[in-house]
Design a protein around this ligand. Structure first.
Ligand code: NAD
Length: 260
């Protein structure tokens, strides 16, 4: 389905991004992995993708908080893999704190990685997509692109921003065979969710079990975590030709959370 296409997936050394990269590679796309982590683990995953799916896989260590490194990552993918046909802006971090105590550097970091990085990558990738008259841009937003939760001011602001960026980029590229969409997962069981449990316990004075049941899954009517494979399947659909008329959409995959 995606044979001959090339995908760049930011934040794909873990969680949702890794599942999306594997799904796109499984459909035949060459992939550029990106993100932090243990170098040997990343190299093992890169090789596994090449051998399991028979596609080219590269790894970029670009820091998504740095505009020049993002532009260089897109240029490397174009030069070494031949193009960037599919761009998945997925890298993201979280920090949980009451707004009056929210550290300034955390606000700046979250806005840079969760919002500005997508702008920089789209800006760098769109000229090539326009030249080839085909492109797919998929932004991993969140249910927090649509609704808020307390203690997540930077994250919610950045994710609402991603929804606006998605719609704007979609309008600008619609006549060029390019679609731009945002996926809005509810709670997906990944290291990002795991890591926020201690801070939420402290911020709300709850036990681990109480955080999972009364905070994380409280708003998710299915009372189950979304899986990374389900999110990846939606991204794969959006990357395909049958999704060419879906653009500017902010699509929920949240077990009913934002229906309430
Ligand atoms: P994760 O922590 O498993 O993965 C995050 C990825 O981003 C990792 O590969 C990490 O190395 C990378 N990353 C972080 N900072 C980076 C930087 N400065 N430069 C490059 N890469 C960087 O988290 P996840 O849950 O898979 O999250 C992926 C995306 O999904 C994020 O945008 C997150 O906001 C969003 N999301 C997650 C959930 C959830 O419940 N897990 C729900 C909705 C949206």
């Amino acid at each position: 389905m995606l044979k001959g296409k090339v995908a760049v997936v930011t934040g794909s050394t873990s969680g949702i991004g890794l599942a999306i990269a594997r799904a796109l590679a499984g459909a035949g796309a060459g992939v550029m992995l990106n993100g932090f982590g243990d170098a040997a683990d990343i190299e093992a995953e890169r090789k596994r993708i090449e051998t399991e799916f028979g596609v080219a896989a590269l790894y970029s260590p670009a820091d998504m908080s740095k505009a020049d490194e993002i532009a260089a990552m897109i240029a490397t993918a174009e030069n070494e893999l031949g193009a960037v046909d599919i761009l998945v802006n997925n890298a993201g971090i979280q920090f949980v704190s009451p707004i009056e105590e929210f550290p300034l550097e955390k606000w700046n970091q979250i806005l840079a990685i969760n919002l500005s990085a997508a702008f920089h990558a789209i800006r760098a990738a769109v000229p090539g997509m326009k030249a080839r008259k085909w492109g797919r841009i998929i932004n991993t937003a969140s249910a927090h692109a649509l609704v808020a939760s307390p203690f997540k001011s930077a994250y919610v602001a950045a994710k609402h921003g991603i929804a606006g960026l998605t719609k704007t980029a979609a309008l600008e590229t619609a006549a060029h065979g390019i679609t731009v969409n945002a996926i809005c997962p509810g709670y997906v069981w990944t290291p990002l969710v795991e890591k926020q449990i201690p801070d939420t316990m402290a911020a709300r004075g709850l036990t681990r079990d109480e955080v999972i049941k009364t905070v994380l899954l409280a708003a998710q009517p299915t009372k189950e975590f979304v899986t990374v494979e389900e999110v990846a399947a939606l991204a794969l659909y959006l990357a395909g030709d049958m999704a060419r008329s879906i653009t500017g959409a902010v699509i929920s995959i949240d077990g009913g959370w934002t229906a309430a």
